[in-house]
Design a protein around this ligand. Structure first.
Ligand SMILES: NC(=O)c1ccc[n+]([C@@H]2O[C@H](COP(=O)([O-])OP(=O)(O)OC[C@H]3O[C@@H](n4cnc5c(N)ncnc54)[C@H](O)[C@@H]3O)[C@@H](O)[C@H]2O)c1
Length: 364
């Protein structure tokens, strides 16, 4: 978007946690309309400073703890960032007179879609089933409350699972690609039959472009696709995509041997069987997904083959299966997400309090 809209100034406000990498922003090194503000959305002072300093008029709120597996062991951390952080942003947005507040939620807030049931429309009740989706649903409620109480010009967006190049390999598709490229087995929960719908990151970016420019205040929009695959099918498709590239055929004839690529692991405490959203409302604004799962997966596999292992620093610790421990102070500490120092550029530039504004000076 920053490249497509040189007339807008974009500020990336981010804590740069474990799952982020400044490498993902290098494409904007030369963009004079893009800057970085290193901050925590739970830090009201930092949020206000950013809004004032950059005369912000629209917020697209992506910041979150987003990995379901981690949420089972650290529900508190998820609530702090996803709920309290959202409320701090809402309050700052209200004070600052923001013109658009786009809150990025998830399809998971609706809960699962059972076989034969219809996809969830935006008006469906929320039935979250894990601490991550519970925290996102609670944040959605606060966003609605700020719309009703204060007329804050909000829009809520709920998307299916996103995948594509540059995604931190803790999410299933990049994690599995990385493991298979390493020649390691991938961990599969339960019997691997759970399905999810996957949407390519480029299509999601286009959806946000549409919602930002054509979305109606006070509305919720689902971003969806019909590309639904089970976890086992993902492994098979990745193995074939990796084989296809080397044989220069889009559709590979590589044999898939389950035992060679998979080890089954204990399941999450709870796992929704499937999610599905009805995205006809967003279609009415002119958006529809363009990238098939086969095409998107090939692009993604190719990106990880080229860059995956070097992009993030050492990611070995993120490639295992979730371990769903009981709560103890040690486990909570372990589960909190530190800054990803692997991804930071080295710099001797001065640091403003706790906020390494080196990022801004480095990248703008
Ligand atoms: N990835 C998906 O499949 C998916 C699907 C639907 C909705 N979403 C939602 O989209 C948003 C982005 O998801 P993602 O997968 O890119 O997540 P991610 O975990 O990969 O990235 C989240 C970003 O937020 C930043 N962040 C975390 N806590 C912060 C804090 N306290 N202050 C400032 N920045 C903070 C992180 O550093 C990171 O850059 C989330 O709100 C998530 O709930 C994601």
């Amino acid at each position: 978007m920053a490249l497509a809209y040189p007339q807008y100034n974009f500020i990336c406000f981010d804590i740069f946690g474990t799952c982020s990498s400044l490498n993902n922003l290098r494409v904007l090194d030369e963009a004079s309309n893009f800057s970085i503000f290193h901050g925590n959305i739970c830090d009201a002072k930092a949020v206000r400073k950013c809004l004032v300093q950059h005369s912000v008029d629209a917020i697209v709120h992506f910041a979150a703890h987003s990995h379901v597996d981690l949420s089972f062991n650290s529900a508190n951390t998820f609530c702090e960032t996803n709920i309290t952080g959202t409320v701090i942003l809402l309050e700052a947005a209200r004070e600052h007179g923001i013109k658009r507040f786009i809150h990025v939620s998830t399809d998971e807030v609706y809960g699962e879609v059972l076989p034969g049931a219809t996809d969830h429309k935006e008006t469906a009740p929320l039935h979250p089933t894990n601490p991550y989706s519970g925290s996102k649903a609670a944040a959605d409620m606060m966003v609605c409350a700020f719309y009703k109480s204060f007329n804050l010009p909000i829009i809520i967006v709920r998307s299916n699972n996103v995948y594509g190049p540059n995604q931190f390999p803790e999410k299933i598709i990049p994690k599995f690609i990385t493991l298979i490229l390493r020649g390691d087995k991938v961990p599969l929960y339960g019997d691997g039959s759970y399905t999810r719908r996957y949407i390519y990151a480029g299509d999601v970016a286009e959806a946000f472009n549409t919602i930002l420019h054509k979305g109606e205040v006070g509305q919720t929009y689902n971003i969806g696709t019909y590309d639904e695959v089970s976890n086992i099918e993902i492994v098979e498709k990745i193995v074939r995509a990796i084989g296809a590239k080397s044989s220069r055929h889009h559709h590979s004839t590589t044999e898939f041997d389950l035992a060679q690529h998979v080890h089954f692991t204990p399941n999450r405490p709870f796992m929704d069987s499937a999610y599905g959203v009805d995205f006809s409302k967003l279609r009415m604004l002119g958006w529809s997904p363009k990238t098939s799962f086969e095409d998107g997966l090939h692009l993604t596999v190719e990106w990880y083959r080229q860059f995956g292992e070097e992009w993030w620093g050492d990611i070995s610790a993120n490639l295992g299966a979730g371990e769903f421990k009981s709560h103890s102070p040690e486990n909570l500490l372990e589960a909190s997400l530190p800054i990803n120092t692997n991804s930071l550029r080295s710099s001797s530039s001065p640091v403003d309090g706790n906020h390494p504004e080196i990022f801004k000076q480095d990248l703008v």
